[in-house]
Write a protein that binds this ligand. Structure first.
Ligand code: BG6
Length: 493
């Protein structure tokens, strides 16, 4: 069920953490673009809340600068003026017991006329006190809803504590847990590709697919987020959420429709079918790495421990061989990997089909491969075998060619300018305003993902306590290659 927003009520978007890093880089620019594209109701107000005391002028300048920095080239005249008229800032400290009442006073109008989205872009340690303030001041009443960002815990037990504290103030249908990958255009396109075409479905199973690879490679290191990152590492920061969401969308059964529960019911079934990895098999099913000195993203990198200034067993790279124990996928492994300080930025899903059952072309017929690329460019490529053109004395030769669908050129906005690449948060903020939670993560999904990841982390503690070093700017530790080598396969580098 989605909690439908508004009706005739006045919409308010309360951005808690409005002067923080995520808000400045992503959320204000996303809101401004939604305004430019006429997705915001005329009366929508945006209220920023943070501890920082800022007068209105300084606040507006900061937001305007953030918007121009991120999407200046796409801004049309008049957008910023209109947008900044909607926004205001209020300085509140979550440790102040009057936080909720002060916010209520700032909201001003009779609550029964308001439809409020509270977007908590703050540390998860503040979810509990803030939800308590919202509850104590009655701001949690329906149809108001809350949006929370990862990390939702660092294991199953801590995620339950967070989920319980938020559930104390809001029922599940009004809790919107963000995984920003679900707002990305190509991630949504996976659903269209799989369920809007008939050609793939008969082949989308262990009979035809040899294996699947999902890669999220980043060139950046941990930068200013090292303090947070050191507590989480690649498995909690990327695999538990973004990578597993991509697994779910690739592997799930056809949902009965696009309603939020129809989609999420199918995703959770995938998560519950993951074969456990624990101390007994963690060495053969995972690879852990940490970047050492090298060059990445055009810069000299000192190495993770040198950046931290002390020894650390936190992994900045993880690869996993994941198996889904159900009828569709039994026998077809999914290889996942993600890492920082790698040589290139790329997010892609590779569906590697099996070889033809009997080749009449000697060894020339290579198996088909479908590559769905999400970043940095968005496209879909299907490799097919063709006859190499021309005559040869000894007969026919084959050549592999690609059918390519580049989303940037296929949908060219107005005929001349390519469609603008949206920030993933635009879709998610719009859905939160409209009360549609299909692209947000349900509690049972988060918890099923943690239950599986906890097995790996516990296995590492006893069997694989130290990550293997890889030089910054290379494709990860040797163990990541051994992982596939053992099965006679290679990564699609
Ligand atoms: C975030 C992680 O969730 O996703 C970051 O915390 C990571 O460590 C980021 O860099 C990657 O997102 P994107 O959209 O740039 O692929």
């Amino acid at each position: 069920m989605s909690s439908s927003g508004s009706g005739s009520r006045q919409q308010v978007f309360v951005l808690v953490g409005g002067t923080g890093d995520l808000a400045i880089r992503m959320l204000w620019p996303s809101l401004a673009m939604l305004d430019q594209d006429n997705f915001l109701s005329d009366s929508l107000r945006v209220i920023s809340v943070s501890r920082e005391k800022l007068d209105h002028g300084a606040f507006v300048t900061r937001v305007a600068d953030a918007v121009k920095k991120r999407i200046g080239a796409d801004l049309e005249g008049g957008t910023l003026d209109r947008f900044v008229r909607r926004i205001s800032h209020i300085a509140l400290d979550a440790s102040d017991p009057t936080w909720g009442d002060q916010l209520k006073a700032a909201l001003g109008a009779d609550m029964s006329n308001l439809d409020v989205v509270f977007f908590l872009s703050v540390s998860p340690t503040l979810f509990k006190p803030i939800c308590e303030h919202l509850r104590n001041s009655g701001l949690n009443a329906a149809p108001n809803r809350v949006v929370i960002e990862k990390p939702i815990g660092r294991d199953l037990a801590s995620s339950k504590v967070i989920n319980d504290s938020v559930a104390h103030a809001f029922d599940e249908a009004r809790i919107f847990r963000i995984d920003h990958y679900l707002g990305k255009e190509t991630v949504q396109n996976l659903i269209a590709l799989r369920f809007g075409n008939t050609v793939f479905e008969p082949l989308w199973n262990a009979q035809s697919i040899d294996h699947v690879q999902i890669t999220i490679a980043e060139t950046v290191g941990t930068g200013e987020r090292l303090g947070y990152y050191d507590e989480y590492g690649a498995i909690r920061d990327m695999l538990q959420n973004h990578l597993l969401q991509l697994v779910c969308l690739t592997a799930m059964e056809p949902p009965s429709g696009l309603s939020s529960d129809a989609l999420r019911d199918e995703k959770v079934k995938v998560l519950k079918s993951l074969k456990a990895i624990d101390a007994s098999n963690v060495l053969t099913n995972t690879a852990r790495g940490q970047y050492g000195p090298g060059f990445a993203d055009g810069q000299k990198v000192a190495g993770y421990e040198a950046e931290k200034g002390s020894p650390s067993n936190t992994e900045t790279y993880v690869a996993v061989k994941l198996e889904i124990a159900n009828w569709r996928w039994s026998g077809t492994p999914f290889y996942l990997r993600t890492g920082k300080c790698l040589p290139s930025r790329a997010t892609e899903i590779v569906i590697q089909f099996k070889t033809v059952p009997h080749s009449i072309f000697g060894g020339e017929a290579k198996p088909n491969r479908l590559v769905i690329r999400l970043q940095p460019d968005e496209d879909i490529k299907l490799s097919l075998m063709n006859k190499a053109p021309g005559l040869t004395a000894e007969g026919m030769h084959l050549q592999q060619l690609e059918l390519s669908l580049s989303l940037a050129t296929a949908f060219d906005g107005n005929g001349s300018k390519p469609a603008r690449r949206r920030i993933a948060y635009e879709r998610l903020i719009l859905d939160a305003l409209n009360g549609n939670n299909a692209q947000f993560v349900r509690r049972d999904e988060v918890e099923a993902a943690w239950a599986w990841v906890d097995g790996i982390v516990e296995g590492w503690q006893s069997a694989y306590p130290k990550p293997q070093m890889y030089p910054a700017g290379t494709f990860g530790p040797v163990s990541a290659y051994t992982l596939l080598d053992r099965d006679g396969r290679t990564w699609n580098d």
